[in-house]
Design a protein around this ligand. Structure first.
Ligand SMILES: [Zn+2]
Length: 81
């Protein structure tokens, strides 16, 4: 089970360590996009930043509105600071 926390981070959209993902809502980045990005880091620790970015963009593009809503629901379910 992945824990999602919302935090203001300096200079980055998100962060991940162990099974915790931090999403920074104080940026212009799409939080759903950031969430997928950090989940990819978690699942693929050997991937480079460049690869994670590419895969994130590819995944996000393929999602329709309904699927994106699912991502947001999963992201904001916990809603902890
Ligand atoms: Zn990253």
């Amino acid at each position: 089970m992945v824990r999602v926390l919302f935090k203001k981070l300096r200079g980055c959209h998100g962060q991940q360590e162990g099974k915790t993902i931090w999403v920074n809502l104080a940026t212009r980045a799409n939080p759903g996009h950031t969430f997928i990005h950090e989940q990819l880091h978690l699942k693929n620790p050997t991937w480079s930043e460049t690869r994670v970015r590419k895969e994130t963009t590819a995944i996000w593009k393929k999602l329709d509105v309904k699927q994106r809503l699912k991502v947001y629901k999963k992201l904001f379910r916990g809603g902890k600071k």
